[in-house]
Write a protein that binds this ligand. Sequence first.
Ligand SMILES: O=C(O)[C@H](O)C(=O)CO
Ligand SMILES: [Mg+2]
Length: 252
Amino acid sequence: MKFSANLGFLWNELTLPDAIRAAKLAGFDAVECHWPYDVPAAEIRAALDETGLPMLGLNTRRGDVAAGDNGLSALTGREVEARAAISEALDYARATKTRAVHVMAGFASGPEAHASFIANLRFACAEAEAHGITILIEPLNHHDAPGYFLQTTEQAQDIISEVNHPALRLMFDCYHVQIMEGDLTRRLQNLLGLIGHIQFASVPDRGAPDHGEVDYHAIFATITRLGYDRPLGAEYKPAGKTEDSLSWFSVF
Ligand SMILES: O=C(O)[C@H](O)C(=O)CO
Ligand SMILES: [Mg+2]
């Protein structure tokens, strides 16, 4: 198996360039992050070049986090900000050779939110395609993100088929999907053709994948059997130091 360190959670006490170096030292094959925008892209690019690790993904800005925003693209009336966030993420991705941008929907519901999300995703896909960047959408669970617009893979599947653009893919985060829908093995199998990236963490505590209600031995075996060989995103919150949370790494 190949693994990507999610630096939003792993080594998040370090600067992002140093977290990239720490992931390399620990033996990860790739990295991914959440919101890297405080760090100049050139510094990220230098750390990636130095370590040889690819950056698999980053997120669009969430908006006004202090006011409760968690993404902008499904927020009717906030299209200008949403598209600015998408363009900023794509520019940053190009400057760092990041492969995918996760377009965050935000807290919203109903047909208008759906229409706004579709329109903003069409904008994102058209911009991304020219640069070979993938656009990801990710269902989040309703305990961690109550009221988030995108909550299930079924909803994501409908959105992907409505947008109907080859740049748009599903971020299948096993942690969120297990909480909202379960049936991980069948869902991975049925959605494989739509999946752009897979993430994992224990359920329900979002820790390392060596405990909890999901048997990651079985899930990773399924992913391998399906022929998916890209790095899987370790997006979990270490209980202490990241280095002390990595015993799972040699097991899988
Ligand atoms: O929380 C997650 O699972 C994400 O992958 C994310 O990018 C931020 O919400
Ligand atoms: Mg995730």
